[in-house]
Structure formats: C-alpha cells, structure tokens
Write a new protein. Structure first.
Length: 322
C-alpha cells in the first residue's frame, strides 16, 4: 500500500528550511551601526563624564574648583606680587559701637606714619597727604587719605581746608574728617581752627576745637552733644628740632594727664627734605571709642597746623638755595 502525504493547506507556503521571520533581520535594530529613531549615534565607549578623565589621561586642571556657596578669597590673599600689608584682625562680638571702630576697643596706642611723596621730594608741588595708622605690633588698623583739589593744595598750603577719609582693611570709610578754611593766625579768637569727626560718614561723634591761648597751642576734645571731654596742651614752641614734640592729653579740668600726642623725630634728612611726619598717640584703654576717634582726628589737625608748614618752608629754602 502506497504512503499518502498530506496536501499543503491553502494559505501557507511550503516550508523549505526556515524563512526569515518578521522583526529579525541580519542586524537587529539598536546594535551595530544602525541607529534607533530618536537616539543619536552611540559610540563604542560611553561619553566622558564632566570632571573625570579616562584611565591614563592627564587631567587638564589639577586645582579643584571652589565649592558653590563660598565667596571669593580674602583681599589679603589675592594681592600676589605686591607688598603685603598685615592688617589687624577685626574684634568680634561688639554691637554697641559704630562700624569700623571695633579696633579701638582693644587699643590704647596708635602710630600714624605719613607716606613720602616723591613729587614733593623733588619739586615744590604740594600733593594730598596719605597716612598709615598702625598699632604697636606693626599691624595696620586704618589707611587715611586726604581728599582735596589742586587749587587748595597749591594756593592755601597747610592752612587749606581738607576732607580726610579713613578706611579699614575692607576699603570701607569708617571715619571722616572735615576741616573748614580758616586763617591760621592764633592772635585772633575768630580765626581758631576746628575739625569735625564723623563715624560713620554723616554721623558726627565729636569735634576738635582750638581754644585761644597766647603762650601755647590748646584744643578742646568735644563730644557730639557739645560737652568738653578732654583737653590738649602743646609746648610753647611746637617745632621739631632734633627731638620729639609732645602734646599732652589732659582731663576736662586740666589737672591730670591721661595721654599724649607725640610728633616723633624722623631723622635729619627726612625732616629737612620731606613733610612726611610720624606721630604717636596714647589714651586710656577704657576711653569711649568715639572720643578715641576724635583724638585720632586731632593728630591730623596738629600735623597740618604746626609741622606741614615748617617742613614746606624747609623745602622752599632748600630749593631756593640751589
């Protein structure tokens, strides 16, 4: 009996091996060089992550980036290549004194050094004065700069009116000094000098007022309300001749000496050919910081009244001799 094979059913092609099934080609999508719709071209290695390098590769930047949320480094650390200035640290935890006067709470002595101006050294041209205010450890507390115009500098000499801005280590103006123009003659009571001290700017904390005296220079240290707190008495001849010149800081009644302002002898050459003066000032540690600021302002007024003029005359005689 012959073997019967089933006939192929309608709708099915005869099987000759295995035909390629739909959905499977020679290369599956997503592998090899073909690209899936909606995706970019993929590399054989994952892309390099930001901030990391491949093995064996030298990192382009060895310094780590600064974390987000931290400010820039202090100003003192940014001044590379320039002469560094050591500033006094700011005392903390003081909320009852004007901003910028916190330094004075821990100080009973100050040194005021006027900078040498090269233009004044070789010419008769007067320039604005600049001062460095330091403590006894040599740390700078303030920087003081005169703000004036050329006409007042050249025409009025040491009698000129001036504005002096006193800055702290963050370049913030913490004390402002104002001197109006008045005749420098001490023979007439209407020509007496006055200095206004503001801390901060726009807030007067005291005044330095010259009082009439025929024998020696005298000043009153006055608070913001107009009351005399201290007095300053100078020598009969306030000139620097091979030695220091002292102005005594006395109590209100003038019976006790509580401090002094000293014009320090800077050496024969510096005294003869420049008007860069050095001063020292001492006062009680527990004195009100506002009055300490007023005494600091008295140093600049005394410098302009008695020592700026003398040094300028020396320079004039020196240049006229040549």
């Amino acid at each position: 009996m012959a073997q019967v094979y089933p006939q192929p059913q309608p709708g099915y092609a005869p099987q000759s091996g295995y035909a390629p099934q739909p959905g499977y080609g020679q290369q599956q999508p997503g592998y090899g060089q073909q690209q899936q719709p909606g995706y970019g071209q993929q590399n054989s290695f994952p892309p390099q992550q930001l901030g990391y390098t491949q093995p064996g590769q030298v990192p382009p930047q060895a310094v780590p980036q600064q974390p987000v949320g931290y400010g820039a480094p202090p100003v003192q650390n940014q001044a590379r290549g320039r002469q560094s200035v050591q500033w006094m640290p700011i005392p903390q935890g003081l909320s009852d004194c004007p901003p910028g006067l916190e330094y004075l709470t821990q100080i009973d002595q100050l040194l005021v050094h006027q900078q040498v101006e090269i233009l004044e050294l070789f010419t008769n041209i007067e320039t604005a004065n600049k001062y460095a205010v330091k403590n006894t450890m040599g740390q700078q507390v303030y920087f003081a700069a005169e703000d004036n115009d050329c006409c007042a500098l050249q025409c009025c000499g040491p009698s000129r009116p001036f504005e002096i801005r006193i800055l702290d280590n963050s370049q913030r103006e913490v004390i402002h000094l104002s001197r109006p123009y008045r005749c420098s003659s001490c023979c007439f009571p209407c020509c007496l000098q006055e200095l206004v001290v503001e801390a901060p700017v726009g807030n007067p904390v005291g005044y330095v007022r010259q009082t009439w005296s025929f024998l020696k220079p005298c000043f009153d240290i006055v608070d913001a309300t107009g009351n005399t707190v201290l007095k300053i008495e100078g020598p009969c001849c306030p000139c620097s001749c091979l030695g220091d010149v002292q102005f005594e800081v006395k109590s209100k009644d003038g019976t006790a000496t509580v401090g002094k302002i000293t014009k320090q002898w800077s050496g024969l050459l510096k005294e003869a050919f420049t008007d860069a003066d050095n001063f020292g000032i001492s006062f009680p540690m527990d004195l009100d910081v506002k009055i300490k600021a007023v005494l600091l302002g008295a140093v600049f007024l005394i410098d302009f009244m008695f020592f700026e003029e003398a040094n300028n005359n020396d320079n004039k005689r020196h240049h006229s001799a040549h």
